[in-house]
Design a protein around this ligand. Structure first.
Ligand code: URA
Length: 210
């Protein structure tokens, strides 16, 4: 807990990429530092940048509602993003920004040690799976992964912002969400021979993600 707070403090002055210039503040993450379940979104938007907290806008309200649907509150999980600073005009994260920011996310995962990491949307899913497969193909399919030296269960989900205005997608997101309690109860069997795909941060471009 203290180590996470110390790291957040260190990250609050980050100037690893150009997004440092336009941000109000670094949006590091929020929630329980000992959470078994962690969510990783894309990047802070307008409200997140102003308040310094991830998922406080419309997409965040939907996330809270989905959590309530499985009996969880925001304070029981941990919520972060691939990028810790708001891209101007909410544009997509650029490969070099993701590459600069990924040590922050990997360190967060290393310190929190969640059992399940639910990736919200394409950017988090491609980065943490190390595969170029898009969210439409992989949502709802859990996969073992090694992230920042930890074995976790990755669980790709549609991004709540995308589901906000597409009822069909919302239904899929709700259905996928309902499997989370089962996944959290599932123990991760240690497999020492598993190749740690993301132990060393890989440049996103080199992974062929974009
Ligand atoms: N969308 C995200 O991906 N992250 C946020 O924090 C808010 C909206």
């Amino acid at each position: 807990m203290e180590a996470l707070a110390a790291y957040a403090d260190q990250a609050s002055t980050c100037t690893r990429c150009r997004l440092a210039q336009g941000r109000t503040q670094v949006v590091f993450g929020v929630g329980n530092p000992d959470a078994d379940l962690m969510f990783v979104g894309e990047a802070p938007g307008f409200h997140e940048d102003k308040q310094g907290v991830p998922f406080v806008g419309q997409a965040g309200k939907l996330l809270d509602k989905l959590l309530a649907g499985i009996g969880l509150e925001r304070s029981e999980v941990y919520i972060a993003n691939v990028l810790k600073c708001r891209p101007p005009g909410n544009r997509d994260p650029q490969p070099d920004e993701i590459e600069s920011c990924e040590p922050h996310l990997f360190r967060q995962i290393e310190l929190i040690q969640p059992r399940v990491v639910a990736t919200l949307g394409n950017f988090a899913t491609k980065l943490l799976s190390g595969k170029p497969l898009g969210i439409t193909r992989v949502h709802g399919v859990d996969q073992d992964a090694a992230v920042g030296g930890n074995r976790v269960l990755l669980y790709p989900l549609y991004h709540p912002a995308a589901a906000l205005y597409t009822p069909a997608m919302l239904k899929v997101l709700e259905d996928d969400f309902r499997r989370i309690p089962e996944l959290m109860g599932r123990s991760v069997v240690p497999e020492p021979q598993l190749e740690p795909v993301l132990l060393t941060p890989q440049p996103a471009v080199q992974l062929g993600l974009f």
